[in-house]
Ligand binder design. Structure first.
Ligand code: ARG
Length: 452
């Protein structure tokens, strides 16, 4: 098949080499961007009189019709060629004949592939941003609906203190908010036009890079041609941001899996989002969440893949860099699928309030409230901590819950105890007391809901 090079070669390329070096099987994903980039480039070549106006017009109209075919899904990618740049160039040759040979003036595949990848990234960042906002909205809706549900919050997966379930869910909104910030920040560095850097050093032809940037909606043009053709930081940044998103989604999934288990049992994942067992007829398993959790492996793998591929590469372009695309595409797809299914799933999650309140039977979760009760009465923290620790141990030894220990016994540990201490052994009270900014009180959670 026609190549974009070959003049200096006297022997045919070994078919094994062609098979080994080609990227068409994955970079065909960039077809529309490649076309759009070429259209802007051809317009610039015509405007700057680098090629005759009438040839530029012919090229642009040929590319436009190819772009239409790509958008309609009727463009047949020739899988035998080296890469998408070659495929589009060949298609244009076929369509318009001789003028197409002028398109690659003042351009190399080295700046072209960076341009295509940046255009892909800009679009995909926007679509992931929309999904992140969608998941935030779903979590917010769930939190609003279940604002009154109290559950034990954990540290070390041990009962710690009562919290509003909505407070815990809104913690994930905070993480997703940072994920959004990170991607928006990445976008600034993706939004730089590399085209015009050519193979390595720029060109002697009078190109207008700002014109191309404007045509393609880039806010900046790159300042160093050598950097522009060899930089893949933007790919790494996106993959890293996606890996962090994946990590957040895996933690969210794990919380939902735990709560959905029979041991906790206060959350029910809808039948539509569960799967069964081939042997145990009673099973309803959270496989979707487990896969989201598991796919973190793919995301971390992609990050390590590209970081390692880039390490120690001499400037400027090296063919190694072709290997950035599959991990990039895979990461984008993985996060997109996980976000989509989570958004849908949240609409079906049901909370079992009785189960949730059963979990609050462990009155030791109020120990910190009792400690702060003593602090409010002037007992130094260290002493209060010690007193309440001893009371907990006393109860454990005698198999007494904190509410079953008499006031006389409490007074034995500290004379500061009064009858009102028993009022603390209540989940609603405990939660309401945590009214410090960002705490789990109803008031603070309502504020979070308003700001989320
Ligand atoms: N397919 C290559 C890539 O994805 C672009 C081609 C550049 N090839 C070259 N020999 N300069 O990076």
């Amino acid at each position: 098949m026609a190549k974009l090079w070959g003049g200096r070669f006297s022997k045919k390329t070994n078919p094994l080499v062609e098979e080994f070096t080609k990227s068409i099987q994955f970079d065909k994903k960039l077809a529309a961007y490649d076309c759009a980039g070429s259209i802007a480039h051809a317009r610039m070549l015509g405007k700057c009189k680098i090629i005759p106006k009438k040839d530029a017009v012919k090229i642009v109209s040929g590319l436009n019709s190819i772009l239409n075919q790509i958008k309609k899904g009727s463009f047949k990618v020739d899988n035998s060629v080296e890469d998408i740049h070659t495929a589009i160039q060949n298609a244009l040759d076929k369509k318009i004949g001789k003028s197409s040979g002028m398109l690659h003036t003042a351009r190399s595949r080295n700046d072209q592939v960076s341009l295509d990848t940046r255009m892909y990234c800009k679009e995909e960042i926007n679509s992931i941003l929309a999904l992140l906002a969608g998941l935030k909205a779903s979590i917010k809706g769930f939190s609003k609906k279940n604002i009154d549900v109290i559950v034990p919050g954990f540290t070390h997966l041990q009962n710690a203190q009562p919290v509003l379930l909505s407070h815990q869910m809104l913690a994930y909104c905070q993480m997703l908010g940072r994920d959004i910030d990170r991607l928006n920040d990445c976008k600034k560095r993706v939004d730089v036009l590399p085209l015009g850097s050519c193979a390595i050093s720029g060109t002697s032809l009078p190109i207008d890079r700002n014109f191309v940037a404007k045509e393609l909606g880039f806010s900046k043009i790159s300042s160093n041609s050598m950097d522009a053709v060899s930089d893949r930081d933007f790919v790494i940044e996106i993959i890293a941001s996606l890996a962090i998103i994946g990590m957040h989604l895996s933690r969210l999934s794990e919380d939902l899996i735990i709560w959905n288990s029979q041991v906790f049992g206060f959350l029910d994942i809808g039948d539509e989002y569960s799967t069964g067992s081939s042997m145990m007829p009673q099973k309803k398993n959270p496989d979707v969440l487990e896969l989201i959790r598991g796919k973190c492996g793919t995301l971390y793998g992609s990050l390590v893949e590209v970081m390692t591929m880039m390490k120690g590469l001499p400037l400027t372009y090296n063919r190694d860099m072709q290997l950035d695309k599959e991990p990039l595409f895979k990461s984008v797809e993985t996060v997109r699928c996980s976000l989509k299914i989570l958004i849908a799933m949240f609409k079906c999650l049901k909370v079992n309030k009785e189960k949730a309140s059963e979990l609050l039977n462990d009155e030791a979760i109020y120990a910190t409230d009792i400690m702060e009760y003593l602090v409010k009465k002037g007992v130094p923290l260290k002493e209060s901590h010690d007193i309440v620790g001893k009371i907990v141990a006393y109860g454990l030894q005698r198999k007494l819950k904190l509410s079953e220990i008499s006031l006389r016994e409490y007074r034995f540990f500290s004379p500061k105890f009064n009858k009102d201490a028993y009022e603390l052994l209540d989940a609603k009270k405990s939660v309401s007391l945590k009214n410090s900014f960002g705490g789990t009180s109803f008031k603070q959670v309502r504020r979070q809901l308003e700001n989320a």
